[in-house]
Design a protein around this ligand. Sequence first.
Ligand SMILES: O=C(O)CCC(=O)C(=O)O
Length: 369
Amino acid sequence: MPLLLGPLAATREQFDVLLGLVNAVADVPAKVTFEQVFDTRIAESVERKSSELVGRSGDRYRLQVASLKQLLFEESDMGSNPEVLQSRAAIREKILGDDEVAAYHRDGFLVPRYRLSAPELANLKAICGKLLDDHPDIHGVPITNPHMPYYAIQQLKTDSAPWLQWATKPELLDMTEQLVGPDIVMFQTAIFHKKAITGGRAPYHRDGKYYPIRPLAATNVWIAVTPSTIENGCVRCIPGSHKTTDAGKHHWTDGTGEELFRIELDQSEYNEADATPIVLAPGQMVFFDVMTIHGGTPNTSGMARTGFSIRYYPASSYWERVVAENHNETSSYNDFTNRPLILVRGTDRSGRNDMVTGHPAPNGGHVIP
Ligand SMILES: O=C(O)CCC(=O)C(=O)O
């Protein structure tokens, strides 16, 4: 059995992916004991996934098994273990420069210098393309939570594994850590697709209007899968608009236009002319704050526009499921009450995040309290 942990701990990439997997693939509570690992389905799932990863990033980093054990499987607080803290600090490379972090906090959004490699982009393109091809019935709205197909209201026909690998990609988590801190909960993945010629506008809004995260804090990384241009309706962000605690008055659009979703910030709350178009080449990405006003024009070009977004919040905050009940009406493809949360890095600092609801139930379906 130590065989399981040995290879798993061999690289930084595996270490980070494992954190996500332990919380996501197992039909057991997020925190399991070390012994449980060996007699539940989690061992199989994790081992299967890890064998796909072994060797991918060489042997740059070897976390001590004892530290990994504590970090993943025991109840103790990782933050109190200096050995683990040192190990983690040693493996973190700072991807974002100080100038980039400062720009993010100043403007509420950032296009980092970092971008995906060609093979990574090819992988993302392939899985997004397949998802879109497999769901011709879903159009005009985001395809939400492909990493949790059993849960997603849209009944997606997909395998969660590749999406989870993206959502726990170490470089994305490293940058997220620089923006929101070391303890990170992942709460949503989505594909935002604007068809050529008919792709609808994205009404301007603040995500903070509807996410039941308390205290409210989160970041969204939106990765360009295709070119994202003025013509095909790139995301637009209003600089500095995140510097408020009031999400502003929103209303429902009448749904008669081609729109990516129906919630919209009242026009008295912003000036569209202030928005910066975020033009991205495939493989580039934009991070934006949960309070940043963003939206975009329709796609009038002959080229489709696709983005893959992943949302994270600092685990010093928590997901307020009671409030979430009042937020479900925001869309038909979102269920905020039972939204599965995945601790993808660090520890649940707030101690109030429910990482069980929405995850797979032992007898099928997903856990509903
Ligand atoms: O893809 C778009 O154009 C809009 C994206 C968006 O609204 C979001 O990621 O919250």
